[in-house]
Design a protein around this ligand. Structure first.
Ligand SMILES: Cc1cc2nc3c(=O)[nH]c(=O)nc-3n(C[C@H](O)[C@H](O)[C@H](O)COP(=O)(O)O)c2cc1C
Length: 257
């Protein structure tokens, strides 16, 4: 385990776990863009990946105020980035942006609008009243080649919004859309253990559903507020280095799986 942040404090098994502290991004890439939507190449500190305008019903650009639209660059592998907080100044989102930024050329991250998903109800599918938001999300997950989960910790687990999304794309029976997709998990917290329990908890349903979760390195971002600049961007160089290392490993994991 590695832990990144201004106040490293977690026990660390070198090369396995990382804890990071990013800076909140006001340039938030959002999207209900279709899977495969391309983003600008990441890399520059503070740069925000831009997602192409959503082409599917209900899609919105999704950038937070101040975000600039950047022409998208064609990328080959779409990665669904599931963010477990909708809060406007969410630390989790800041970390997600930094992680997306760290992706090498050839990857197209997009952020599904989990906040738009009605709570799971099996009746919707059985009575042919499946919400349009579910249909869109299922299309996005079906087309995604990999999944990156970035989660805060709620009451020593992961937030319900992520569980809802996981459940929706796992059904109806016989239509589990998660199976076989390479995945990685990042947890984020203002606290000292970097959301470690959320990180571990969410692996249980994801594993059950057949995602190929990268076992190591792990990434726990602790003391996250200390890693952000005044605009909420993750600019802490040490943290960015850890994020890049994690994302490089994830890219290699995707290629192997
Ligand atoms: C319902 C709830 C439960 C929480 N439980 C935990 C917890 O178990 N561990 C933790 O480190 N932080 C916990 N927190 C604090 C969150 O880490 C903090 O609110 C954080 O900013 C949430 O992530 P965000 O900034 O991306 O929204 C909890 C917050 C809420 C709202």
């Amino acid at each position: 385990m590695e832990q990144i942040g201004a106040k490293p404090n977690l026990s660390a098994n070198e090369g396995q776990e990382e804890t990071i502290m990013p800076k909140t991004s006001t340039d938030v890439v959002d999207s209900s863009a279709t899977p495969g939507a391309s983003a600008t190449p990441g890399g520059a500190s503070g740069a925000t990946p831009a997602i192409t305008p959503a082409a599917t019903p209900g899609a919105t650009p999704g950038a937070t105020p101040g975000a600039s639209a950047t022409p998208a660059t064609k990328r080959s592998r779409s990665i669904a980035v599931l963010i477990g907080s909708f809060r406007k100044q969410a630390f989790t989102r800041s970390v997600a942006i930094a992680a997306m930024d760290a992706l090498p050329e050839g990857y197209a991250p997009f952020i599904p609008h989990l906040d738009k998903l009605p709570l799971f109800n099996q009746d919707f599918d059985e009575e042919d009243t499946t919400p349009e938001e579910w249909k869109l999300f299922r299309e996005q997950i079906a087309a995604a080649e990999a999944v990156l989960v970035v989660t805060p910790e709620y009451n020593r687990s992961f937030p319900a919004v992520l569980k809802n999304a996981i459940d929706i794309a796992s059904r109806p029976p016989g239509h589990n859309l998660w199976t076989g997709k390479p995945a990685a998990v990042i947890s984020v917290s203002p606290g000292r253990i970097g959301g470690a329990l959320a990180n571990q908890h969410i692996r249980q349903p994801l594993t059950f559903l057949g995602l190929r979760i990268m076992p190591a390195p792990e990434l726990y971002v602790s003391d996250v507020p200390t890693l952000l600049d005044g605009e909420g961007l993750l600019t802490d160089e040490d943290s960015l280095r850890h994020i890049r290392k994690f994302i490089d490993a994830f890219a290699a994991w995707i290629e192997r799986n």
